[in-house]
Design a protein around this ligand. Structure first.
Ligand code: ADP
Ligand code: MG
Length: 325
């Protein structure tokens, strides 16, 4: 298949979003988005570093690459609209593998109503996928990390550490687990579900800080504390843990929760008087949600995160390292 035939084969016949004026087929795509703020992000994934064919079929590579970008839109409170994909294809990759990547991309794009509006295809040494996503949000409603305030509640959606445990299961055949737990964790790794409906449901809230959990909660929660220059206290007993992850030892659970990345859940900070409303939207959008901490303004601790356990306070570093006092 030559490049022309290839592009033709992945080109959408129609576009889901009216804002797309020109998609694939010219020197660049054009979209029109009146009276909204445009939100855009790019992520690059390299074979052997961000994924491996050992643990991911091409279909899931496509699915997960776009899931990561959609999650960035959710973390901004934005509605994802379109994406472009730049792909470096090694010579030993077959057309059928490439098709599978696009089938994975298209599956999640359909679920979230996104349009593929362009890309670039080149030959290279190693498979590299770079995805650019475009979305939109009402003016001044993007959910920045700097929007945390003293007194806020810290909450998290879903359960933590599952994707990381799923990857460990794929890498290590020796771990024995009941098949339903095993399937659940592997699915969380391969087919994450970005929390777009929930984040969009919170549109009427004036002030809200959001971050998506792409690198493990330790890093994300420290990013919030740093960006807002405030202190976060987390209650370790309140972390949401799936039944499947509970099959692991306590030490492994904590490790997956604190350091394991790519759950693509949302971490948020909201005023206590909005908490009931946030829980209502969570219920309406089938999103498990849990309060896991609070925000304080403590001059000498601002920018830091502490974990409370049995009334004892320990600093949680972005690396996941917990200082024992
Ligand atoms: P140009 O030479 O103007 O860059 P290309 O031949 O690279 O044009 O691309 C032609 C059209 O096909 C453009 O609309 C481009 O966005 C799209 N396209 C190229 N490669 C891909 C790809 N891998 N995935 C999706 N769209 C692509
Ligand atoms: Mg080009």
């Amino acid at each position: 298949m030559n490049e022309f035939e290839f592009i033709d084969s992945i080109k959408q016949k129609t576009y889901r979003n009216h804002s797309i004026i020109k998609g694939i087929g010219d020197d660049a795509a054009v979209f029109r988005q009146p009276y909204q703020d445009i939100v855009t992000a790019v992520d690059t994934f390299v074979d052997g570093i961000h994924f491996s064919r050992k643990t991911m079929d091409p279909y899931y590579i496509g699915y997960r690459v776009l899931a990561a970008n959609i999650s960035d839109m959710a973390a901004m409170g934005a509605d994802p609209i379109s994406y472009l994909i730049s792909i470096v294809v090694p010579k030993d990759w077959h057309d059928s593998d490439l098709k599978e990547i696009y089938r994975g991309l298209n599956t999640i794009a359909t679920e979230y109503q996104l349009d593929l509006i362009g890309g670039d295809t080149v030959i290279g040494e190693q498979l590299v996928l770079s995805v650019t996503i475009n979305g939109a949000v009402a003016p001044n409603k993007a959910r920045y990390r700097t929007l945390m305030r003293p007194g806020d509640y810290i909450f998290v959606t879903g359960t933590l550490g599952d994707a990381s445990a799923g990857l460990e299961l794929l890498l290590n055949d020796n771990i024995k687990l009941e098949s339903n737990h095993r399937d659940y964790l592997i699915k969380r790794h391969r087919r994450p579900s970005p929390r777009v409906a929930f984040a969009k449901g919170l549109a009427s809230i004036d002030r809200l800080a959001l971050n998506d959990i792409s690198d493990g909660i330790s890093r994300e929660v420290n990013e919030l504390a740093q960006a807002s220059q405030l202190t976060i206290y987390l209650e370790v007993e309140d972390f949401p843990i799936s039944d499947a992850l509970k099959q692991f030892s306590r030490e492994e659970q904590v490790n997956h929760i604190l350091n394991g990345g790519e759950d693509f859940e949302l971490l948020g900070s909201v005023a206590p008087n909005q908490w009931t409303y946030v829980k209502e939207i969570a219920k309406k959008t089938n999103t498990p949600i849990k309060k896991i901490g609070i925000v304080k303004d403590e001059e000498h601790n601002n920018g830091k995160v502490f974990i409370m356990k049995d009334d004892e306070k320990r600093q949680l570093q972005a690396s996941g390292y917990v200082h024992r006092n």
